[in-house]
Every structure is written in structure tokens, then in C-alpha cells.
Design a protein around this ligand. Structure first.
Ligand SMILES: Cc1cc2nc3c(=O)[nH]c(=O)nc-3n(C[C@H](O)[C@H](O)[C@H](O)COP(=O)(O)O)c2cc1C
Length: 392
């Protein structure tokens, strides 16, 4: 498929309409794409990133459609295999091509893909590469997801190739982002991939804001035209600003914890707080992650199974701990039968968060009147905490 972004700049990646799971972990309700970009300068031709190795033949077909007989440079912004995985094949197919990347990424490509050292040209932050009438400027962006990530900026055309940063998992025939579905997908993607690196994200957003950018070509999902508000959205998501919302990931084997979640949800709603309960056995991990982006409070709710939290509760606690949302308050509720270490285990998994842990409501068996009252008190306390943040 021939898709032109600007004169002599083409999207030559592939759409993966049917993929439904990423990293054996993240559900992909709308599929995804592996974007890469062909840049034809007056003297040299470069390819920015590649595609998942399973789709290499489609990339070759796209290059053939552009009558690409030789590549001078293969720019690698990120070593993760869904972008870099075809670079080894490309290096064999185009023996004169140089792989252009930073020192750290070079190391990854040598380890992950066994690309020989003599194929590389190493660039540092701010270095440039001329294709004749087009010039790349490289911007190192460590810990925007991986330690070796970088962006490539085409100066004359003002096109930023941002790899995973600002991307979305979305297969589409539209080359340019044109509706809110993209933003929804981008938020989910931010939550799943970028959120743990929030402090690094903030720094790099500031860098991008100071630049004159016309188009942003990420490595998943459609390309953003400058007016599109992806950078503004990222600023909001990565800021300290939270919403008057409580997210409750929950699991219940025999209904006790479920009754507690129901009661707490209603108590919070009565107090003017919006609530997103997620039944962990049915929920989509991406939706849960997305909801964590800006909720002021998370309450983990789980029954006890074999001393600790139920495995689904354990997973949710590990996920919240790993994604490091900006959540300000944490609650723990649930039920046990004879002895439980669920509260301690959950707390230990959440130490990554800079959140205040509220008094847990962890009860024996099915909730009684006094347990519901304790949940009302928890709702009161969440209300007070949200008020102190000026959320209502
Ligand atoms: C498979 C299984 C394992 C359990 N292991 C424990 C345990 O180690 N310690 C404990 O106190 N209760 C244990 N229980 C009891 C439940 O935690 C208890 O019945 C609780 O009230 C269930 O809450 P729920 O109705 O929300 O599932 C276990 C129950 C099941 C079904």
C-alpha cells in the first residue's frame, strides 16, 4: 500500500488487523500496526525502523512497490523486536545499508538479533545524518519505555519519528489520526507501555514542545498532524492532576468481597465520586490500565486464597505496582476465612507508588452491619481526601 506522508516520505509498514494479544499480555481490541517509514533524500535513502519479523515479506513488497533497489541507512529508534525484528533480514537483503542507532541500541541489536558490529553507525544525542536535501536529527530519549529509545527528526520536513512514544495499538487504513478512537487507543497504550516512565515522559514532552513539528509518525497506529492534541493529552496523563474517581479491581470466589465492593461503590457514588469497578476475572487488562491513568484512588478488593490474595487480586496488585499510576490514595478491602496475609502482600506490591495507604477493611467471612459501616467510613475518608485535592 502506497501511503505518502510528505513529498518523498512514505509509510511502508504493515497493518496487523487480526492480532489480539501483544507481548502475550496486552489485549489488542483493534489490532495494531508496525509502522516504518521510507525517506528518499536527493542523495541517500533511509528506512526508519522496520516491522515485526512475522510481517517482513509485506514490508519487502511495500519497498518493491516504491522501486527501492538499495537502502543506504536503516535507522533504528528502538530495539524491541516488533520494530527492529526485520532489521537483520534487511541488513542481509541490502548489504550496503548501514544501521544507524545509538550506542545502547547497538548493543541490544547485537544481543537480540545478532547484527554484526561492522554494520552500525553510532549516533549521539543531537547528531545529524544527511540524505542530501533531507537531514535527520537524533534525539536520545532513554527510559521512554526502554533504556535505548530515541526519536528521529527530519528537519526540513519537520517530521518526528517517535517510535513507541505517542503511539496507539490500532490497525487502520487511515494514514492520519482523525477521530477520538485514536486518542482512546493512545491513552490505553500510554497506560500499558509508558505510564511507569512518567518522569522521563514529562522531560521529553518538554523537549518536543520546544520544537517546530509538523507531523508525528509513531511506530504503532496512525500519524498525527500537528494540530492533533496528542502532546497535550500526554501532558495531561503524565501530569500530577488526578480525577475524582475511584478504581476498584476486585475478585470474589463466594460473594463476600463482591458484596463489599457493591456497598463501597454505592457509598462513594452517594458522596459524588465516580467509581469504576473491574471484575478481574472478566475485565480487559487494557481497560483497567487505562482507568488507572487519572483516578485519584485505587481500592484493591480480593478474597483470600491459600493465605494470600486470590491469584487474580495478586495479579492486579502486581500490575498496579508495576504501572506506577499517579494515584494518590490506596485502599485494600476483602474477606478471609481463618487467616490471611493478603493485606501485607498487597502493600508490599504497591511500594512503587507514592500513594497514601488508607485503613484496610479486611473482614472474616461475609460482611456484617459493622463491616458495611467500616466501608462507609472508608468512603467518608476517600471523600475527605479527594476534597483536600480540590476534586469536589
Ligand atoms: C480455594 C480457597 C482457598 C482459601 N484459602 C484461604 C486461606 O488460606 N486463608 C483464609 O483465611 N481463607 C481462605 N479461604 C476462605 C475464603 O477466603 C473465605 O471464604 C472468604 O470469605 C471468601 O471471600 P469471597 O466470598 O469474597 O470469595 C479459601 C477459600 C477457597 C475457596
Amino acid at each position: 500500500m502506497l501511503r505518502e506522508l510528505k513529498k518523498n516520505i512514505y509509510a511502508v509498514g504493515v497493518q496487523d488487523w487480526d492480532r489480539r494479544l501483544f507481548d502475550e499480555l496486552i489485549p489488542l481490541p483493534h489490532g495494531t500496526s508496525y509502522n516504518c517509514y521510507l525517506v528518499k533524500g536527493s542523495q541517500k535513502t533511509a528506512l526508519v525502523d522496520s516491522v515485526d519479523p512475522a510481517r517482513y515479506q509485506e514490508l519487502l513488497a511495500n519497498l518493491a512497490e516504491h522501486q527501492v533497489k538499495a537502502l543506504d541507512y536503516i535507522v533504528c529508534n528502538h530495539a524491541e523486536q516488533d520494530h527492529s525484528g526485520s532489521i537483520g533480514f534487511l541488513a542481509e537483503k541490502f548489504p550496503q545499508a548501514t544501521v544507524v542507532t545509538n550506542e545502547k541500541c547497538k548493543g541490544f541489536l547485537m544481543d537480540l538479533l545478532h547484527i554484526p558490529e561492522n554494520r552500525f553507525q553510532v549516533v549521539k544525542d543531537g547528531d545529524t545524518l544527511s540524505l542530501g536535501d533531507k537531514t535527520f536529527e537524533f534525539i536520545l530519549a532513554p527510559w521512554v519505555h526502554w533504556p535505548e529509545t530515541m526519536f528521529s527528526f527530519l528537519r526540513e520536513d519537520k517530521v518526528l519519528f517517535s517510535c513507541d512514544f505517542l503511539g496507539s495499538h490500532l490497525a487502520t487504513t487511515d494514514i492520519f489520526a482523525c477521530d477520538d478512537t485514536v486518542l482512546e487507543g493512545a491513552k490505553r497504550y500510554y497506560a500499558e507501555i509508558m505510564m511507569p516512565f512518567r518522569s522521563s515522559i514529562v522531560k521529553h514532552l518538554q523537549k518536543l514542545e520546544a520544537m517546530d513539528i509538523d507531523l508525528i509518525g509513531p511506530s504503532h497506529g496512525p500519524v498525527y498532524k500537528k494540530p492533533f492534541h496528542i502532546v497535550e493529552a500526554y501532558k495531561d496523563w503524565s501530569s500530577e492532576q488526578v480525577r475524582n474517581e475511584v478504581v476498584i479491581p476486585w475478585v470474589s470466589m463466594h460473594g463476600s468481597t463482591e458484596a463489599m465492593v457493591k456497598h463501597l461503590t454505592e457509598a462513594l457514588v452517594k458522596r459524588g465520586i465516580s467509581v469504576k469497578p473491574f471484575n478481574l476475572t472478566k475485565t480487559d487488562t487494557g481497560e483497567l490500565a487505562s482507568s488507572l491513568v487519572d483516578a485519584a484512588t485505587v481500592v484493591l478488593a480480593t478474597s483470600t486464597a491459600l493465605v494470600g490474595p486470590h491469584p487474580q487480586g495478586l495479579y492486579a496488585a502486581a500490575l498496579v505496582g508495576a504501572l506506577r499510576p499517579k494515584t494518590k490514595f490506596l485502599g485494600i478491602i476483602g474477606s478471609y476465612g481463618w487467616g490471611s496475609k493478603a493485606v501485607e502482600t498487597i502493600k508490599s506490591l504497591l511500594t512503587n507508588l507514592k500513594a497514601e495507604v488508607l485503613e484496610p477493611v479486611y473482614i472474616k467471612g461475609a460482611p456484617r452491619k459493622e463491616d458495611f459501616e467500616a466501608l462507609d467510613k472508608l468512603a467518608d475518608s476517600i471523600l475527605e481526601k479527594h476534597k483536600t485535592l480540590g476534586l469536589l
